[in-house]
Design a protein around this ligand. Structure first.
Ligand SMILES: [Fe+2]
Length: 298
């Protein structure tokens, strides 16, 4: 018997999944058990639930795999802080607290939470985790796999080949942070007052109520080149210097004031209709860019 526990944590929506002989036998998000929406904490309850569901203990696990590589992640965060100093001065203490406080030691904490020996705990790779999940859950024997994300350790976008016999290739193309379609989308969601990493689905819903009349202007902010690279116009984004929102002063100058979070929507009101038109425009640009990437990969 082979038993592998996969865990994602410390960003958003922590979860655990248990595979026995290649089959998923248990999987649950921590929020379902802790009753905290989007709970990102190390998912101790989810791990315990998966092990109990399969009737095994942590020392029976052959491997415990974290969804990304914490050392590669921390190095990207710190190098970007140094590179962007002094503009990154607000981010630096946050990075120190988050990375050195918990994230860098997560593999040790994971061993303790799973009750598994530390040498059986492995770092994963953020985009390979997304790609493997998409591929192995698809039922296909061979596939091209495209991952488009906010940011992993360093990658935001990658194209792979995958096969049941040989597994996942190294990326055929890739783009590094801060050029990221996920962050492009999140910046506009934040501009419209939605919570980043949570409210994007509402932003997508809003898009259906608008007219994409700003599409030409927004299309200039995010390009996909013929080699499969994503390129943002960095003057509009602030992912390396801001702490909570990803858009810059230039974004506000061109697309208008940010909407106050939590206000009820009135689509009969010209101001809110304009926001809905912005959302519709961003949605269309995103879909075009995703299709560009898919065509290049194909
Ligand atoms: Fe991700």
């Amino acid at each position: 018997m082979s038993a592998i526990l996969g865990v994602s944590a410390l960003f958003h929506d922590a979860a655990a999944a248990l595979l026995i002989d290649g089959e998923v036998v248990a999987a649950v998000a921590e929020e379902r058990l802790s009753r905290k929406k989007g709970d990102a904490a190390l998912p101790k309850r989810a791990i315990a639930w998966c092990l109990a569901e399969a009737g095994i203990s942590g020392d029976a696990l052959d491997a415990v795999v974290f969804h990304e590589n914490p050392i590669a992640r921390a190095s990207r965060v710190f190098v970007d802080c140094f590179r962007n100093f002094p503009e990154s001065f607000r981010q630096f203490p946050v990075a120190l607290r988050e990375e050195l406080g918990t994230k860098l030691w997560v593999l040790d904490d994971l061993a303790a939470a799973a009750g598994a020996p530390r040498e059986k705990v492995y770092p994963g790779d953020h985009h390979a985790s997304h790609a493997a999940y998409a591929f192995y859950a698809s039922g296909a024997d061979d596939a091209a796999v495209l991952t488009v994300d906010g940011v992993g350790e360093r990658l935001s976008t990658a194209g792979y080949l995958a096969s049941r016999t040989t597994g996942l290739s190294t990326p055929l193309f890739q783009t590094n942070f801060p050029h990221s379609l996920g962050l492009f989308y999140a910046a506009f969601a934040a501009l419209l007052g939605f919570e980043v990493n949570e409210g994007e689905y509402k932003f997508m819903g809003l898009a259906a109520f608008g007219e994409p009349r700003f599409k030409a202007e927004i299309a200039k902010l995010a390009a996909v080149t013929a080699d499969g690279s994503v390129r943002l116009d960095r003057r509009y984004f602030a992912y390396e210097t801001g702490t909570s929102v990803g858009y810059s002063a230039r974004m506000i100058a061109e697309f208008g004031e940010a909407r106050q979070p939590g206000m009820p929507w009135e689509l009969g009101d010209a101001r809110d209709r304009r926001y809905a038109d912005l959302a519709a425009s961003v949605q269309e640009v995103l879909e075009d860019r995703l299709l560009d990437l898919a065509r290049i990969l194909r």
